[in-house]
Design a protein around this ligand. Structure first.
Ligand code: 13P
Length: 613
């Protein structure tokens, strides 16, 4: 029986389900809720308190339940008869607060470096799991040991706390026989298990997985540990790649808090059900039409022009400048952008409004065809605006009725991608969980209709810039909305490789006194994207959202500097690309050339911003 020595930290995870009605959350001047965690029952109320072992104990449990000879380095911990036995071992605490569907973690302030003890018998594998806090000393001791025990293989889970740029982590990566990661790896590695939000990939094979309805109680960290140990256990036992993927998925989807499944149960589970394994290499050869369109839209170095303002938005713009809001002026305005010299060098796609798609270019062709002839992909806005929820100021996006028929017409007209915008305002009591859920469900329904019509959906959940909130709130809400969105997209089986995310940058609200610096925006936005957007997505584009023209360009560049990302990241602005041209045009076609020049300058500045210095 193969033996596996786990190197990691055992944590004590205390899950507290909070009672909203009685806990006194205090709200500070920035609108952030605080809770006094003195752990005194007179102040603190919870429905239930579950205290379980986490971290390395999960790896031990999974591997033991696979029948492997597993132990945790430097501890007497064992897993026997369905029980984790942890006498005399050091644990660190994590508190996991569960409130409605949300969980937050409180980690001990002090990191405890993981210890290592040279084993008496050489194990077949050493597994550094994601609970390990790896000091340079631990890395060098381990590498020294592996130098002597050459038959021992190293499996390394590169968690988000392991900085891949530090030399000791680099050395471990270089020595590892198996690398597991849930955040993008900076360099490609052949033997790499990738655990995404909705998939597990290994050696060109992939399965999708979902967390169904128990995500409020199991932390992602624990589930990732379960998946990683299941993959390692299965591979150590000589199982095929496909079986390893299926076993890992079955364990992630079916295990409960503190109770993963035995190998025999898992094997019955995967034998009884139909699971689809995708061959990612084969997929690459037989990519679907939408994947090809999405790849073209995400061509590196280009952006997407959003020229799709609805009638109401154009009306406001024109009115403020005394430009007549009639069909001819709206056509002439759009015509300026489409006839800007070299536009095809800067944009891969243009999103149109229904009226524009049906209007005619100077050469007599419909705009859709004119754009296509330039080598730019025409797209179409298909949502029909925002409406209020009953008895609330919050909004959801309408337009699902008759959407399949409209998409078919748009496809026949030549449109190959679509856009749907959901908007979330941050106030003291919004966005609510209900509004987030409803809008994300609608976005997933729209995406499904698009893909059925061979049209690439751009899903756009926008946290609105206009507001008086600190950046922290934007980080939290954007993260939460993206989690919900990708859960819904996965649940509705959207092909993420044929889907694009359009999203706000993460920054403080426009009316907040302390505005975010470009460096803050770049860091926060990149972090949120890396942690909440699945790797398999086709790409990420930004809206400008009311940022000034220069702010949108500068912030874009800062985000790019915080790459690399697993997908192309670029701009899809309306205002930040078009506003200077509108100012130059003034509704008078004799100004068209200077308007084109102003537009071209923004295209050049923003495509330059995509380059890393
Ligand atoms: P802005 O860049 O003006 O925010 O518009 C982008 C967009 O398409 C909003 O739906």
């Amino acid at each position: 029986m193969p033996s596996i020595l786990i190197v990691g930290n055992v944590t004590k995870d205390v899950y507290l389900r909070l009672d909203n009605r009685v806990n006194n959350f205090e709200t500070d001047q920035n609108g952030i809720k605080w809770l006094d965690l003195s752990f005194d029952n007179s102040h603190f109320n919870y429905y239930s308190r579950v205290s379980i072992y986490g971290g390395a104990s999960i790896s031990l449990e999974v591997l033991s339940r696979f029948g492997l000879n597993a132990s945790i380095s430097g501890t007497p911990a064992t897993f026997l008869d369905g029980q984790f036995i942890a006498k005399d071992i050091h644990t660190t605490y994590r508190y996991i607060l569960c409130q409605d569907e949300n969980t937050s973690h409180l980690e001990p302030s002090e990191e405890v470096y993981t210890s290592w003890q040279v084993p008496t018998i050489n194990p077949d594998w050493i597994y550094l799991d994601s609970s390990a806090v790896i000091s340079p000393k631990l890395a060098s001791e381990l590498l020294d040991y592996l130098n002597l025990s050459r038959n021992t293989k190293l499996a390394l889970f590169v968690g988000r706390h392991a900085n891949q740029n530090t030399s000791h982590i680099k050395d471990l990566i270089a020595r590892a026989d198996l690398i597991i990661n849930s955040v993008p790896l900076e360099e490609k590695h052949d033997n790499n298990i990738y655990i995404g939000k909705s998939c597990i990939e290994y050696q060109g094979r992939k399965v999708d997985w979902t967390l169904s309805n128990k995500r409020d109680i199991l932390t992602r960290l624990s589930i990732h540990l379960t998946i990683a140990a299941s993959m390692l256990g299965a591979l150590a036992l000589g199982k095929s790649t496909d079986d390893a993927l299926l076993l890992a998925r079955a364990n992630a989807e079916n295990s409960k808090l503190s109770s993963t499944l035995n190998l025999s149960t898992l094997e019955k589970n995967i034998a009884g059900e139909y699971y689809r394994i995708q061959n990612t290499n084969e997929r690459k050869e037989k990519v679907s039409e939408i994947e090809i369109t999405a790849q073209k839209l995400m061509a590196p170095g280009k952006g997407i022009l959003a020229a799709d303002e609805s009638g109401g938005s154009i009306h406001k713009k024109f009115e403020s400048m005394n430009i007549p809001d009639d069909e001819q002026h709206r056509r002439d305005y759009r015509n300026i952008f489409f006839t800007t010299p070299d536009i095809e060098k800067y944009v891969s796609g243009i999103i149109l409004f229904d009226e524009t798609a049906r209007q005619t270019a100077d050469n007599g062709k419909k705009f859709v065809e004119y754009i296509r002839d330039l080598g730019i992909i025409p797209g179409i806005k298909v949502d029909q605006g925002l409406v209020n929820f009953e008895n609330s100021d919050e909004k959801y996006t309408q337009g699902l009725d008759g959407l399949p028929e409209r998409l078919k017409d748009y496809y026949d007209m030549g449109a190959r991608f679509a856009k749907w915008r959901a908007a979330f305002e941050i106030t003291d009591n919004s966005p609510s969980d209900a509004a987030i859920k409803k809008n994300c469900e609608i976005l997933a329904d729209y995406a499904r209709d698009c893909q059925a019509a061979n049209i690439v959906p751009i899903v756009e959940p926008e946290v609105v810039y206009d507001g008086d909130y600190p950046i922290k709130k934007n980080i939290d809400y954007t993260s939460k909305i993206l989690d919900q969105l990708f859960d819904e997209l996965t649940r509705k089986q959207i092909n993420l490789a044929g889907c694009i995310l359009k999203v706000n940058m993460v920054l403080a609200g426009k009316r907040q006194e302390k505005q975010s610096t470009p460096a803050e925006v770049g860091q926060a936005t990149a972090k949120v994207l890396k942690e909440h957007v699945p790797q398999e997505l086709a790409g990420v584009v930004f809206l400008s959202g009311g940022q000034s023209v220069t702010q949108a360009t500068e912030n874009l560049h800062e985000v790019i500097k915080n790459g690399p990302f697993p997908w192309t990241v670029t701009f899809s602005y309306a205002r930040a690309l078009q506003d200077p041209a509108l100012q130059a045009w003034q509704g008078d076609n004799t100004n068209a050339d200077s308007a084109r020049q102003a537009f071209r300058e923004r295209l050049i500045a923003n495509t330059n911003a995509l380059k890393v210095d």
